[in-house]
Design a protein around this ligand. Structure first.
Ligand code: TXA
Ligand code: MG
Length: 354
């Protein structure tokens, strides 16, 4: 099944979106259509979360397997009790602390949410985004909005409206262009349906910040256990992928950079086009080599690195490189989310300098 339409694009002030445009987009949501919109993390591909036919259009538009559940976006904390059942106290606490913001909670699915939103599971992923365009749209639609990231399945998430159009032009009714998304990495997902709160995907809210409120929180991700089978559906290893092969280097900076330079030289000798994804500080190590260099900014500013990551992967694809070389950013703070995305873009393979 496919979904074809004429895509309309509207440019909005991200702080004060034009209510007339929001009303038009909300009407598209209410009548079962698809609207791509910015959140503070990445762009979402939205549909009425209570309308299973509309939700199935999301899966068709992005060629997403029906086994990969979608996040439900709400505009007010109290709406959690509408989309979910038996909401535990800890969910209200985390919502009060971190919402609106890049945190998604897995809860028992409420009756208004059809099964296909959650890929048939009894649970539902819920998040209240902080981006003014997202909030205005959900409010005006008067219904929660189901939205995965607005990219073709397995591609890097879209952090600009141009990325959305590159993947989904003709497959979404409206694109609301609110400029680049500020966080650039998806939300942190926390499962609250088991005996212990568990982080299924590191993201925009750091593990350290969550620990301050839930000291016993566990982390279940490829980050810590490279051989674990994916517990979060959709956390397939090949994800966030550029077309080029990505090689992820780990370990101490000096050794990793030397290995990356050696790898670049041997690839170039084999007539491969090489891209390096680096920080401003690392760029000098590749001087004099015929490589495409894209910088993520200063390695000391992880928020800026995270915000640029997906755009940088798409930029290197645009330069038609065969292989991308990149060094990790540690596991502290936002480094954990950055590492997770790089690891999956590298299909789980890490080259360790030690
Ligand atoms: O920041 C974000 O979370 C962005 C913006 C648009 O909100 N959304 C996003 O959605 O990243 P998506 O579909 O690309 O990733 C959602 C992931 C799924 O792949 C799945 O791993 C997890 O959320 N998920 C959704 N529902 C779930 C459920 N009921 N149980 C476990 N995991 C679930
Ligand atoms: Mg996604």
């Amino acid at each position: 099944m496919s979904y074809h339409t004429e895509t309309r694009v509207y440019t909005l002030d991200p702080q004060q979106p034009d209510p007339a445009v929001i009303a038009q987009a909300a009407e598209v949501i209410r009548t079962g259509g698809l609207v791509a919109f910015p959140t503070e993390t990445v762009y979402g591909l939205g549909a009425d979360a209570t309308d299973s036919a509309a939700v199935s259009r999301i899966f068709a538009a992005k060629a997403r397997p029906p086994s990969d559940p979608v996040i439900v976006h709400i505009a007010a904390v109290e709406q959690m009790a509408f989309v979910a059942l038996d909401v535990p106290e800890i969910a209200w606490t985390l919502a009060r602390v971190f919402w609106p913001g890049p945190l998604t909670l897995i809860l028992q699915r409420g009756a208004p949410i059809p099964a296909n939103v959650s890929a048939g599971r009894a649970t539902v992923a819920v998040r209240m985004p902080s981006h003014p365009i997202a909030r205005a749209l959900i409010q005006a639609a008067g219904t929660p909005i189901a939205a995965p990231s607005a990219n073709t399945f397995s591609r890097p998430s879209a952090t600009t409206a141009q990325h959305v159009l590159a993947d989904l032009n003709g497959r979404v009714d409206i694109v609301l262009d609110g400029g680049p998304t500020p966080v650039g990495l998806e939300s942190t997902i926390v499962d609250l349906t088991g005996p212990v709160a568990t982080i299924l995907r590191p993201g925009g809210i750091t593990i350290e910040a969550l620990r301050q409120h839930v000291p016993k929180i566990e982390v279940r991700s490829r980050l810590l256990d490279m051989d674990a089978t994916a517990e979060a559906p959709g956390q397939l290893i090949k994800h966030y992928s550029p077309h080029a092969e990505l090689r992820l280097f780990a370990g101490a900076e000096a050794g990793a950079l030397a290995q990356m330079r050696a790898a670049a030289e041997s690839l170039i000798a084999g007539a491969q086009r090489v891209g390096v994804l680096v920080t401003d500080e690392e760029a000098a190590h590749f001087a004099g080599l015929p490589v495409e260099v894209v910088s993520l900014g200063s390695g000391r500013d992880l928020a800026a690195v995270g915000a640029r990551l997906f755009a940088a992967l798409r930029e290197l694809d645009g330069r038609a490189v065969d292989v991308i070389l990149v060094h990790g950013f540690g596991h502290e703070g936002l480094g954990a989310a950055i590492w997770d995305r790089l690891l999956r873009a590298a299909e789980g393979k890490v080259i360790d300098a030690e």
